[in-house]
Write a protein that binds this ligand. Structure first.
Ligand SMILES: Cc1ncc(COP(=O)(O)O)c(C=O)c1O
Ligand SMILES: NCC(=O)CCC(=O)O
Length: 450
């Protein structure tokens, strides 16, 4: 059994100085399980007692090259010696923008610092461009923490979501003004009929459809092959701005992200996580005509830290490596071995399951038959059993989110040896959970991390 007295003691101190001991609700795993990390290296993180964990959370997705990647750290360290912020354009911004444009095919970009900011700005641009106000989003998708899109996310778990045919937007937090709900339409992912019916009835009010091209916040569920092309056609026909939220998929599932992987182009795209290997940076990219809606004195886009040297130098280094090496292919090799190995172990254990997603971000649903298509399918799977297995892995030094809504992320640092060790420990954890018997009653974990 893992020993972690120092980690526990410091977590209790953290709870005194920060609500719940964390700076994002996602990171609270309960008083007995929340980790305090001392450092990371490649595929590993370490707690304060020196326990090592093979990390598949990777900061919830950013760490595509491995923790503390020397070339990224070196470029940032060099760059920041000359200052980090000037309230003016820098060479680092231009370089990072050129790389994004070359890799993804967007025409122009603007920088910010988090995925939340990027989706918030993207909505403003879409509303200003169309002169309309409502936005369609899909159940189980998460676009950050501003008020405009925090509805029917994976966090809005226990409230009734209405029927598939008549979904109700479910607010995911207190403190969000009721009027905001009037601006949002929530629909099930992959539901052609619901989207078409809604757009035909309300297109004059709809500024944007924002979509995670794959359900990156609900079990990495893939789009039906025709779903994204269908959204593209509908948006073209009705003058709606199609926004791909690629905060998780960007620079992870392909060099050109989901646009390249699925072969569909959006009007606006938001990037963050993998573009800086963990350094804080995000971007909105898109078609020139729509990006040029931003206009001093007319359509606002600003931020003191936008384009700062820390983030843009990190993006310059990270994107150079992603563009010129086989880093993404190595991350995918790890993911393929894991997806196959996990499925074999679960089959042997007699647990019906569905593995979904892309090798670089994948998930699996337990006691689930068939192919999952939307967030309602995720929620119908055995989330308690998943959490039990996740916690048993955590005790054995393998860390992934103990909740199937959040995918496993791989990095270029996850070598075949690391994957083999993971699978051995995973098999051991599954055996231990089955020996103990399935947990009875609603588990605490349904609220963990949210
Ligand atoms: C698809 C997506 N969009 C936006 C965000 C928000 O990004 P951030 O946490 O950097 O604000 C996330 C975070 O998980 C995300 O997964
Ligand atoms: N999928 C949800 C997140 O990635 C949240 C990140 C955080 O707030 O730490």
């Amino acid at each position: 059994m893992r020993q972690w007295p120092k980690t526990r003691a410091r977590f209790l101190r953290a709870k005194e100085v920060m609500p719940w001991g964390v700076t994002s609700n996602f990171r609270y795993w309960g008083d007995d399980q929340t980790i305090v990390v001392s450092r990371g290296e490649g595929p590993y993180i370490y707690d304060l007692d020196g326990n090592r964990y093979i990390d598949y959370r990777l900061g919830y997705g950013p760490v595509i090259l491995g923790h503390g990647h020397p070339a990224v750290v070196e470029r940032v360290s060099q760059a920041i010696r000359d200052g980090v912020i000037f309230a003016a354009t820098t060479e680092w911004e231009i370089r990072a923008a050129e790389r994004i444009i070359r890799m993804t095919g967007v025409d122009m970009v603007r920088f910010s610092n988090s995925g939340t900011e990027a989706t918030m700005h993207a909505l403003r641009i879409a509303r200003a461009y169309t002169g309309r106000e409502k936005v369609i989003k899909f159940e189980g998708q998460y676009h950050g923490h501003h008020d405009y899109l925090l509805f029917s996310t994976a966090m809005a778990l226990r409230q009734p979501m209405g029927s598939r045919r008549h979904p109700i937007p479910v607010v995911a937090s207190s403190g969000i003004p009721r009027v905001i709900a009037d601006l949002i339409i929530t629909l099930p992912f992959n539901d052609f009929e619901a989207v078409e019916r809604t757009v035909k009835a309300k297109w004059g009010d709809i500024a944007a459809i924002i979509v995670e091209p794959m359900l990156g916040n609900s079990a990495a569920i893939m789009p039906h092959p025709e779903f994204l092309p269908f959204l593209r056609r509908l948006c073209d026909e009705y003058g709606i701005v199609l926004i791909f939220d690629e905060v998780k998929t960007g620079f992870r599932i392909a060099r050109g992200g989901a646009q390249e992987f699925f072969g569909v182009r959006a009007d606006l795209v938001t990037y963050a996580k993998a573009m800086g290997n963990g350094f804080p940076i995000s971007a909105i990219g898109g078609k020139r005509e729509i990006m040029m809606t931003i206009e001093p004195g007319a359509v606002a886009h600003a931020g003191t830290y936008n384009g700062n040297v820390v983030g843009t130098a990190a993006a310059d280094a990270t994107l150079e490596i992603l563009e010129t090496t086989d880093a993404l292919e190595r991350a995918a090799q790890a993911g393929e071995r894991l997806m196959k190995g996990i499925s074999e172990i679960l089959t042997e254990a007699g647990i019906p399951h569905a593995v979904s997603g892309h090798p670089n971000m994948f998930s699996f649903l337990l006691n689930f038959e068939g192919t999952p298509r939307d967030h309602r399918d995720t929620m119908s799977s055995d989330i308690e059993l998943y959490a039990e297995i996740g916690l048993a892995c955590y005790e054995r030094g393998v860390m992934f989110e103990v909740d199937p809504r959040e995918p496993w992320f791989t990095s270029a640092a996850h070598t075949p040896e690391v994957v083999d060790e993971t699978l051995n420990r995973f098999a051991d954890a599954v055996r231990a959970v089955l020996r103990k018997g399935k947990p009875v009653g609603p588990a605490e974990v349904t609220s963990v991390g949210k």
